[in-house]
Design a protein around this ligand. Structure first.
Ligand SMILES: CC(C)(COP(=O)(O)OP(=O)(O)OC[C@H]1O[C@@H](n2cnc3c(N)ncnc32)[C@H](O)[C@@H]1OP(=O)(O)O)[C@@H](O)C(=O)NCCC(=O)NCCSC(=O)C[C@](C)(O)C(=O)O
Ligand SMILES: [Mg+2]
Length: 362
């Protein structure tokens, strides 16, 4: 890849004195990345109580924050971060876009003030590896200056056609890359898609059942036919999942703007979970429970996975379980569930109790 670092330099710090990059991105539970506006006193007041109840709290500085409130949001985030003990909950931020008048101050303020508490910086509207390289070097310089001991990770939002086209090089651009989220609103606009919704499906994007045929074998195109609404975001999410898996980083859905429609929100989140995403965004407190439910494997799935693991002994060969074939590969599928359940149980006592209560009779 032109312009990328050679293998021998990939894990070298980009500034003298900056912390060494991680060689592996930790699989920390992040079912819900909960967005809040640090300049909104009502929202900010709720944040300390949310610690421990959501996997990630994200102080948003970009879109959805009024231009007049950009400084207040940045300062509000610094204050909340300094005054709060986040325990097992991660603290992330979404900085302003790289072409905005605010982003340089975002980074030069946040890293010295709260860099020791910030786990991940979400960068919006990432177009290609060059955007990640810019943030990567700047973070290294700021980390070195602040004497930080742990590198801050980068999460890119895919919300332009160019960003989607460059998804693999974005994931590969830095050892700081933690993951990707879908930005369905900006992406729809950039692609000139004809949906005005923030994420989710569209009733016009469908396939229709074939027409029934009459006794002469002629299709009756006027007969009632079932239609099936399709997922507008399937292609993009699937590309993100492959790019992330290939680079050992984590894919996330993104925002679901119809806060009132909890059913459709859950459906969209579940599609992403099934395809390989590890989490999603929550824009309103009530979306946290939906995300936590959807992105935790069900007790039934974990029970089945553990049964397969027990039945597979040393993990090789093929066995029959409930009339179905299980083998080395299906065991690997099951271990995805078992490992995720273990990671979640470590931070979620309620889930731990449910998973611990499973009895495995192989
Ligand atoms: C949708 C809104 C306006 C409804 O806000 P509301 O106040 O009208 O809702 P509510 O139901 O009346 O709220 C009840 C209570 O919960 C509070 N509350 C409400 N939300 C939160 C929250 N997130 N965190 C903590 N507390 C919250 C709210 O302040 C209120 O407190 P109160 O009972 O004391 O009066 C509000 O929830 C909100 O502003 N959410 C965040 C929106 C956001 O961050 N948008 C940006 C991400 S999506 C995006 O950028 C797109 C993307 C990726 O870039 C792209 O696709 O291109
Ligand atoms: Mg956006």
């Amino acid at each position: 890849m032109s312009g990328s670092r050679s293998a021998k330099d990939f894990f070298r710090p980009l500034a003298v004195g900056a912390p060494a990059p991680l060689t592996e991105i930790p699989a920390r539970p992040s079912r819900a990345i909960h967005f809040f506006d640090p300049s909104n006193p009502k929202m900010a007041a709720k944040i300390p109580d949310m610690v421990g109840k959501v996997d990630v709290l994200l102080g948003n500085l970009e879109d959805a924050i009024k231009a007049d409130n950009k400084t207040a949001a940045r300062e509000g985030l610094v204050k909340i971060a300094q005054e709060t003990d986040f325990g097992p909950t991660q603290l992330w931020t979404r900085i302003n876009s790289l072409d905005s008048p605010w982003v340089l101050d975002d980074l030069t303020t946040l890293v010295p003030a709260i860099g020791d508490k910030l786990d991940v910086i979400m960068v919006p509207k990432v177009q290609g590896a060059e955007d990640i390289h810019y943030v990567d070097r700047l973070l290294a310089q700021l980390e070195a200056k602040a004497g930080l001991e742990r590198p801050i990770l980068i999460h890119a939002i895919l919300e332009t056609a160019r960003g989607v086209a460059n998804v693999e090089e974005i994931c590969a651009a830095s050892p700081r890359m933690q993951g990707l989220s879908l930005g369905p609103a900006d992406l729809a606009a950039d692609r000139r898609m004809k949906t005005t919704r923030v994420g989710g499906g569209h009733p016009g994007y469908l396939v229709r059942q074939d027409p029934p045929k009459n006794e002469l074998g002629v299709a009756d195109i006027n007969a009632a036919r079932t239609t099936y609404q399709q997922d507008l975001w399937h292609y993009t999410i699937a590309r993100m999942v492959d790019a992330c898996a290939m680079h050992g980083i984590y894919p996330y859905y993104g925002p679901f703007g119809d806060i009132a429609d909890e059913v459709a929100c859950e459906d969209q989140f579940r599609n992403a979970f099934l395809l390989g995403c590890v989490g999603t965004w929550s824009l309103h407190p009530k979306q946290i429970a939906i995300a936590n439910r959807v992105f935790s494997p069900s007790v039934e799935d974990v029970a089945h996975a553990r049964r397969v693991a027990a039945a597979m002994g040393d993990g090789t060969g093929a066995v029959m379980l409930d009339g179905k074939m299980e083998d080395d590969a299906s065991l690997k599928q099951c271990l995805v569930m078992v490992e995720l359940a273990e990671q979640l149980a470590a931070i979620d006592p309620e889930l731990k109790a449910q998973y611990d209560a499973i009895e495995v009779d192989a």
